[in-house]
Design a protein around this ligand. Structure first.
Ligand code: BT5
Length: 266
């Protein structure tokens, strides 16, 4: 990798307009998973708002033990948070992160980014970002939350296995040029701080409304697959808790608390 391709952490520090988020940046050129490093740092007592960013990950993690492909040129970043919220509210952290990512992409790059419940950001109907929220508790008490954000930024999608090339994309592919990763990171962290503070102040409704505006799936036919079951319906809305509401073909409404969603746009 030449020097130009490396993240300029000084530039991020200079341009970051947050109060507390990202004020401590732990930078690595390679690691297994930034979420794992962030966890170690949280265990060592690193404060809320510290972030870990790596040029590449050798064992990037998706949900449910899935693999996240993390070549050089991407944005692989984890944030330590210590929210005083109920475990049932954690989904809202994933949702507000998706809002922050989608807005940062839209505003900085002038392209359309949409959110797919619960943890994807899409461009041109393909996944450009995934979010992995992991929580660590002691007994009943939530100790900290690690929010992992993976954005396919400056690499060609030829690095993906063939199957993924139909469902995933990169910002470089969409724009036909490399983007300024530092700017995206600064914008994303600023928005993340804003929406996270809104959550702590109880302004959930405003966050969920932003989510609705950015969602590509409400009103669409969806297929839901979870551990136990697989079914089809129409995505109607998210409720006040952030769970997805699906209308089944027999008219009944079902609340989805976890699972994978495939959107059928036709
Ligand atoms: C996610 O899981 O979408 C969460 C991804 C979180 C990645 C970040 S990177 C920084 C931090 N450190 C980590 O170790 N993780 C976080 P899920 O919804 O389960 O999606 C995983 C699935 O997406 C895989 O099974 C593949 O099908 C697909 N996939 C893998 N790599 C991808 C990529 N780079 N872009 C798009 N899709 C990908």
């Amino acid at each position: 990798m030449n020097l130009k391709q490396k993240l300029n952490i000084e530039e991020i520090r200079r341009n970051l307009k947050t109060k507390w988020l990202g004020k401590k940046i732990y930078y690595l050129s390679e690691t297994d998973s930034t979420n794992n490093v962030a966890r170690e740092l949280a265990e060592q007592g690193f404060k809320e708002g510290a972030i870990v960013v790596s040029e590449t990950q050798t064992r990037g993690k998706g949900r449910l033990g899935r693999k996240w492909i993390s070549p050089k040129g991407g944005i692989w970043l984890s944030i330590i948070l210590k929210p005083k919220i109920k475990p049932s509210e954690l989904i809202k952290i994933t949702l507000l992160t998706a809002v922050a990512v989608a807005k940062a992409i839209k505003e900085e790059l002038n392209i359309n980014a949409e959110i797919k419940w619960p943890n994807d950001v899409l461009v041109d109907d393909r996944k450009v970002c995934g979010i992995l929220t992991e929580t660590f508790s002691q007994g009943e008490k939530l100790q900290y939350v690690i929010v992992g954000i993976g954005i396919n930024a400056n690499f060609d999608i030829s690095v993906f296995p063939e199957k993924l090339r139909c469902t995933a994309t990169s910002l470089k592919k969409v724009l036909g040029r490399e983007i300024n990763r530092e700017r995206i990171i600064c914008s994303l962290l600023r928005k993340m701080e804003f929406y996270y503070e809104a959550l702590l102040k109880g302004r959930t409704k405003a966050i969920l409304n932003e989510w609705r505006k950015l969602s590509s799936m409400l009103g669409c036919k969806v297929e839901i697959s979870s551990f136990k079951e697989r079914f089809e319906g129409t995505a109607v809305d998210i409720d006040d808790e952030g769970w997805l509401i699906v209308r089944l073909d027999d008219g009944t409404l079902q609340k989805i608390v976890s699972g994978d969603v495939t959107v059928r746009k036709t």
